[in-house]
Design a binder for this molecule. Structure first.
Ligand SMILES: CC(C)(COP(=O)(O)OP(=O)(O)OC[C@H]1O[C@@H](n2cnc3c(N)ncnc32)[C@H](O)[C@@H]1OP(=O)(O)O)[C@@H](O)C(=O)NCCC(=O)NCCS
Length: 150
């Protein structure tokens, strides 16, 4: 699969995992996210290895990330989207979404889903809508699964 790497106002936006800083991403998710605090490094690394990822890097530090958990053909689940606090408000997450969702194979997926507490306005700009038939969607959610690792 072809990887995309481009400059965005001095930030390197890339889908190339070889350029990404896995420990920076894991640190933010395990310490600062509201959805997977305490996630063990090995669990995140397996998830990273098996997902399509995009990141934002500056000064050799990874300050932005998103991953699409996907079969590369029919379905994707967008997750772990973040930009470090001091780099927010500069359009970095929008650039990551534009690049990721603009890839031909991503545009061919039958469905892409995500969950967010308050960033609906970000994702609406890229075509996401409220769930049309929420009564058809079911889930198993283990909210506290990483708590013992804190
Ligand atoms: C959400 C987040 C990734 C946005 O990153 P960012 O690079 O600062 O965002 P951008 O500068 O690209 O702009 C985001 C756009 O979405 C809008 N938006 C809507 N909801 C938002 C929210 N909760 N947080 C930030 N922006 C939001 C902004 O107003 C902005 O719109 P604009 O087109 O008028 O500029 C970042 O604030 C973050 O990491 N937050 C904590 C983690 C998080 O909530 N991740 C999303 C989980 S689903």
């Amino acid at each position: 699969m072809n990887q995309v790497t481009l400059d965005f106002n001095g930030y390197t936006i890339t889908t190339d995992k070889r350029l990404m800083k896995v420990s920076d991403i894991h640190r933010w998710l395990s310490e600062e996210s509201y959805w997977c605090k305490g996630i063990p490094y090995s669990v995140f690394k397996t998830s990273f290895d098996n997902s399509f990822c995009i990141g934002a890097i500056i000064d050799d530090k990874q300050i932005g990330f998103a991953k699409l958990i996907t079969d590369y053909a029919t379905f994707g689940y967008l997750a772990d989207v973040f930009v470090e606090t001091e780099h927010r408000g500069k359009g970095i997450s929008k650039k990551m979404m534009e690049v990721l969702l603009g890839l031909d194979w991503v545009k061919s997926l039958r469905a892409i889903r995500l969950a967010t507490s308050d960033a609906h306005g970000l994702y609406r700009q890229f075509g996401f809508t409220d769930c049309r038939n929420p009564e058809k969607i079911m889930e198993i959610t283990r909210t506290d699964i990483y708590k013992s690792d804190l």
